[in-house]
Design a binder for this molecule. Structure first.
Ligand code: ATP
Length: 906
């Protein structure tokens, strides 16, 4: 049936269900899904093929200097230097393989990232609603969509509730379209007019709906125009860009110095061919062509570590920006708190009850003035509890599983839906209500879904006598402003200012105990009254009462906030909740200091960004905010020079997330829109994950600095030893092959291991890095040059000393120089782990580094002691005295410079 072009919009629900061979109540079975996946393929749009492995591999050899080296090797081959030529070839090949492996690794982990943040959809399968990856959706699947979802396939809608969809990606029309589920009778109509259809790639801006998938992948309307879509480009981070520029400068410097070496050598009477080969090898070794690649690897490795800590990076540049964050603006509910709500206090008609019990287990007792109370004895209370469940979409399910060695039966209560609503269901269950008992009396006619700008939700219900009511629940201040009457002492009366003040005092009191308060109100509807818009329904209400619920803070958050403070990062709470509730929780968590300000949404609406800017540094909590206020907060903070991380989950949060320097979306509760706008996703919605990500961000940056320091100091050392030798009229201290070996082994492995180094102890005790700070800031240039100079100097010194002792054994002096250079670098790599000095860290902490250094050392020993390699690498075996000289001299730079740093710090 899918092959036939059908006008799905003309069919009735039954016809669609039949044509799609599906079941509205149960959805498809897993077996059927697998069958359909086989025949229709994954629900994906074709994208351009990635470059082939061969292409990437060959790309490693396109470097200009490598090509020259290959040419030089070819010439030396013709001249009969077969072994030299072959070895150089092998080294170049190994270098290429290393570069290839690094590039692939980086690509793979970025690819894995994409998969992690791939969209999921709410699908009905085997009778249960499940979250399923969009790519696994098949025709016939039943899908639920709600505000903030990016639709993942083409659907024929069969249920809608205030559903509006923005279809600009298909039709170019940016005003959201009102959708419905009724068949259309017209013939051939444009996509934009197919009001009972929802299309892949479009965005739900309001309401919710259920639809049957009628096309997936390239068969969707989006698939038909897929070739018009631009392929996504990988973003280059600012640091990568800076390093590319820097790379060009370094190449020029390296080339000039190498040319100088060759020229001086020739002038001093060295053989032209040897000098050119040594020069080219030196250029290959000294040019940090691998720098951008290693940066990518370090970023990718860091990103993998972040994934382990539940932070998914969507845009690579965010990794760097994370280290600069100076303010984190965090949502309260679910991020700072557990979002596990339990009603503990209830107020109605002038009386206040307490409810015992925790979590979603519907077991607990009502008490009034300290004595247990039977809820069926109070009519107001009954109305409050039952209406709280009627105006509600949450479900509590009892699940029994066998646990432990003894396979003991454990019953758990699982809440499906909004926790605020779950709490209201549980409080009603504690009073003995059941879903069946309510369904017997009331049927729902309509819903006006909750929205965090309105801060209310309403339903229209009909009772058995055919009377209709509107039931509204929401933030007490908002509800009160729409109420004319109140049920009090068993009957209804006008809501006088005294009564209103009484309710407000109760709200205040509950909120000051960190409780979230929900008010419930209602209005009988006139026989002819039909409300199509929320604002028509939610007015002239009768206030029934309040339910106050706790939402405990996440236990780990308090420490995370204090750690952030030590790291110079301010945490700001943003919440839709009441000012008092917000302030109470912020104080508990250590966000709100004495004298810190709490601002509310009303004030924010009145103020301009400039006005907010004046006080923004003193504000720690924003309460009763609407999502659009978040943008103002971001702008005011940025105007003050802050680097802002901002969290969000809803559709309306997207602009603020986009505007923030680091936009963070919630992985569990976040909508697709928020995720798409974000650069970081918290897969556990937890504030502590932001802290962990910032720490990792700082560490990645430090690691990049570490290996830049190591690689460049090594290169400077290599060039200087050659340059000095030539200038002083000495023989060549290193032959071409030795230089290439150092480039491959000594520079390669340990540099990679530095990219995996642990954070230095005080990484979260330093102020955030300024985003304008260059890579070489904080004395890095000096560290590189001084170290390079010293490495060059000690190598030259041992070379000279050995030549003095064995004037006829140039090869011995060269071997000693080679070993000294390698050892000096391998010792230096441990220095690079600390901003301060080598004495500040345990050198064995980074196991990768220890292994890398051991491998490099073993390979070096092989090169100087294994006879066949001796021939290839022009080396001889060293004796004990020579080793003493080598090790003594190679440690001088670390002892001297490390000691100098230690002294300077003291
Ligand atoms: P944040 O996640 O930013 O901390 P929040 O989740 O507390 O904020 P909203 O979800 O916007 O904020 O809720 C704002 C207010 O709306 C709440 O304080 C509560 O009074 C009310 N409210 C929350 N959820 C519902 C709901 N499902 N139905 C009716 N009212 C609700």
């Amino acid at each position: 049936m899918w092959g036939v072009v059908m006008n799905w919009y003309q069919l009735s629900e039954t016809e669609v269900t039949k044509s799609a061979a599906t079941n509205k109540e149960k959805g498809l079975s897993q077996k059927e899904v697998e069958k359909r996946l086989k025949s229709y393929g994954a629900n994906k749009l074709d994208q351009g093929k990635p470059p082939s492995a061969l292409f990437v591999f060959l790309g490693q050899f396109k470097d200009f200097m490598v090509l020259i080296l290959l040419a030089a090797t070819f010439i030396s081959g013709i001249l009969g230097e077969y072994i030299d030529a072959l070895t150089i070839m092998i080294i170049i090949l190994l270098n290429g393989i290393l570069g290839f492996v690094q590039e692939r690794k980086a690509e793979k982990s970025l690819e894995a990232l994409k998969e992690l943040s791939a969209p999921q959809m709410n699908v009905l399968r085997d009778g249960e609603w499940k979250k399923v990856l969009s790519s696994q959706i098949v025709p016939g699947d039943i899908i639920k969509v709600s505000s903030g979802d990016r639709i993942g396939a083409d659907l024929r809608l069969i249920e809608t509730s205030g559903l509006r969809i923005e279809e600009s990606s298909l039709t170019g029309e940016s005003v959201p379209v009102h959708k419905h589920e009724h068949p259309l009778t017209s013939g051939q109509i444009e996509i934009g007019d197919q009001l009972n259809m929802a299309f892949m790639g479009t965005l739900v801006t309001q309401g919710s709906g259920v639809g049957i998938v009628i096309a997936t992948g390239m068969h969707t309307e989006m698939g038909k125009i897929a070739h018009l879509l631009q392929s996504t480009t990988t973003l280059v981070t600012p640091l990568q860009r800076k390093l590319e520029q820097l790379g060009k400068i370094l190449i020029t410097v390296a080339l000039v110095l190498t040319a100088l070496v060759v020229l001086t050598g020739v002038v001093q009477g060295h053989d032209l061919y040897t000098m050119v080969l040594a020069g080219v090898s030196l250029a290959v070794a000294a040019i940090p062509e691998g720098l951008p690649a290693i940066v990518t690897v370090a970023l990718a490795l860091g990103v993998q570590r972040m994934i382990k800590r539940k932070a998914i990076v969507r845009k690579l540049p965010a990794v760097e920006t994370l280290g600069c964050a100076s303010v984190i603006c965090s949502d309260k509910t679910g991020t700072l708190t557990q979002n596990k709500m339990t009603v503990t206090h209830i107020w109605t008609g002038g009386k206040q009850w307490k409810v015992s019990g925790g979590g979603y287990e519907p077991k607990g007792v009502f008490s009034l003035d300290g004595k247990s109370f039977d809820p069926s004895k109070n009519r107001n209370l009954q109305q409050l509890l039952s209406y709280g469940w009627l105006c509600n979409n949450a479900n509590i399910q009892e699940k029994t599983s066998k646990q432990g060695m003894l396979r003991k039966s454990v019953t758990e209560y699982v809440m499906d839906g909004d926790p605020t609503e779950g709490a209201l269901v549980v409080s009603a269950m504690k009073a003995g209500y059941t879903k069946q008992s309510l369904d017997q009396y009331f049927t729902r006619v309509k819903e006006f879904p909750f929205d965090s700008a309105r801060k209310m939700m309403s339903v229209v219900v009909k009772d058995r006598q055919g009377r209709s009511y509107i039931i509204t629940k929401g933030a007490p201040d908002v509800i009160l402003s729409q109420c004319m009457n109140i049920t009090y002492g068993g009957h209804e009366q006008a809501l006088s200012s005294d009564r209103k003040a009484e309710v407000e005092a109760v709200v205040d009191h509950l909120a000051s105990q960190a409780l979230r308060t929900i008010a419930i109100a209602y209005r009988p509807l006139g026989a002819r009254e039909t409300c199509t818009q929320a604002f028509e329904a939610e007015r002239n209400l009768t206030f029934i009462g309040l339910q106050g619920m706790i939402d405990p803070p996440r236990p780990e958050v308090k420490d995370a906030i204090s750690e952030c403070r030590q790291a110079g990062i301010k945490t700001v709470m943003i919440t839709g909740d009441h000012k008092r509730t917000a302030a109470a929780i912020a104080t508990q968590l250590g966000i709100l200091p004495k004298g810190g300000k709490v601002l509310d949404g009303q004030t924010l609406s009145r103020w301009s960004v400039a006005e907010l800017e004046e006080v923004v540094d003193d504000v720690y909590v924003y309460a009763r905010v609407s999502p659009e206020h978040k943008l103002k907060i971001v702008k005011a903070l940025q105007a003050k020079g802050h680097i802002v991380a901002m969290t969000g989950d809803g559709v309306n949060d997207a602009p603020a997330i986009k505007a923030a320097n680091i936009g963070i979306a919630m992985g569990i509760t976040g909508t697709d829109v928020a995720k798409e706008a974000s650069s970081l996703i918290l897969s556990d919605d937890n504030f502590s994950t932001i802290k962990a990500a910032i720490k990792e961000g700082r560490n990645i940056y430090e690691n990049i600095r570490k290996f830049i320091r190591y690689m460049l100091a090594s290169n400077v050392g290599e060039i200087l030893v050659m340059l000095f030798a030539m200038m002083l009229g000495m023989p060549l201290p290193l032959v071409a092959i030795q230089i290439l070996w150092i480039n491959l082994v000594t520079d390669g492995l340990p540099a990679m291991a530095l990219g995996m180094d642990q954070a230095e102890g005080d990484v979260m005790k330093r102020e955030p890095r300024s985003p304008d700070e260059g890579v070489f800031a904080r004395g890095l240039t000096w560290k590189i040059i001084s170290r390079g100079f010293m490495i060059g100097a000690v190598t030259l010194a041992v070379f000279w000393l050995t030549l003095q002792a064995h004037p006829d054994e140039l090869i011995r002096a060269q071997t000693v120089a080679f070993v000294t250079l390698v050892m000096a670098q391998l010792i230096h790599v441990f220095d690079c782990r600390s901003e301060y000095s080598v004495y500040h860290r345990n050198p064995f902490e980074n196991r990768y580094l220890v292994v890398a250094v051991l491998i490099s050392t073993l390979l070096m020993l092989a090169v100087i002691y294994y006879p066949p390699l001796q021939t290839i690498f022009h080396t001889v075996a060293l004796d004990g005295r020579e080793w003493l000289l080598v090790l003594g001299m190679a440690s001088i730079p670390t002892v001297v410079l490390g000691g100098f740093q230690l002294f300077k710090r003291k």
